[in-house]
Design a protein around this ligand. Structure first.
Ligand code: DX5
Ligand code: ZN
Length: 225
């Protein structure tokens, strides 16, 4: 089984001090940084885009985990990879936004980047059946996409468990990421359901010491009982 990874979402960082925030999160031991791109169409919120990703690349951020919550990402994925090159580890697109999913995934993978597919809370796992052989990561949204700081949707735990169960029987085993409302007090339960990568925005950036929070999260992930 792979190591569990913690991916702080910079959506909850102080954007006026973004460089310091990213440096701090790197020092605190973040495995990836999760970057939420929102377009005001697929989700109501508008967050950040290519210029910020380019700026982050120049301050040696941790590997980037880019989550595209934008309509029609199909022809844009290369632009995001180029903006963060060579730090882009994953590009995740939302299932609900892709018209040409096979070609989108191929475009991502042809650049040597992991291809992720995100499912909204009520998008069923059954849509993945044909897609499993092509993807490297499934992102289970544990809140409705659009905003940081929303409460974790508890019924997503059995969804993660079911996904883990399905993946255990596959030849190609994508990793499982969860995003939305993940905090110190629930990370262990979600890990037990089978998640590998934990995105956390307010659960880290709204705490006093990022280092202590990430350390405490790792302890929760390792705890036996
Ligand atoms: C929601 C985003 C999340 C968000 C998580 O649309 O995809 O990555 O920043 O924030 P928290 O952890 O505060 O729910
Ligand atoms: Zn996200």
């Amino acid at each position: 089984m792979m190591n569990k990874l913690i991916a702080p979402s910079i959506l909850s960082a102080d954007f006026g001090r973004l460089i310091e925030e990213v440096n701090a999160i790197k020092k605190a031991g973040a495995d990836w940084i999760h970057i939420d791109v929102m377009d005001g169409h697929f989700v109501p919120n508008i967050s950040l885009g290519i210029p910020i990703i380019e700026a982050l690349k120049n301050i040696t951020s941790p590997p980037m985990d880019i989550h595209l919550m934008i309509d029609n990402p199909d022809e844009r994925v290369e632009d995001f990879i180029k903006a963060g090159d060579p730090l882009v580890r994953v590009i995740t697109v939302q299932y609900e936004t892709c018209k040409l999913l096979h070609s989108t995934i191929s475009r991502i993978k042809s650049k040597g980047v992991m291809a992720g597919l995100a499912l909204n809370p009520l998008t069923p796992l059954s849509v993945l059946e044909e897609i499993f052989p092509y993807i490297d990561l499934v992102l289970v949204m544990t809140v409705e996409p659009g905003f940081a700081g929303q409460p974790f949707i508890k019924s997503m735990i059995p969804k993660v468990r079911e996904l883990r169960n399905i993946i255990s029987k596959l030849d190609n085993k994508p990793i499982i990421e969860v995003d939305g409302g993940i905090k110190l007090n629930n990370i262990r339960e979600v890990a037990k359901a089978g998640a590998d990568v934990f995105v956390s925005g307010s659960g880290i950036f709204k705490t006093k010491s990022y280092f202590k929070t990430i350390q405490a999260m790792r302890k929760e992930l390792k705890r036996r009982k």
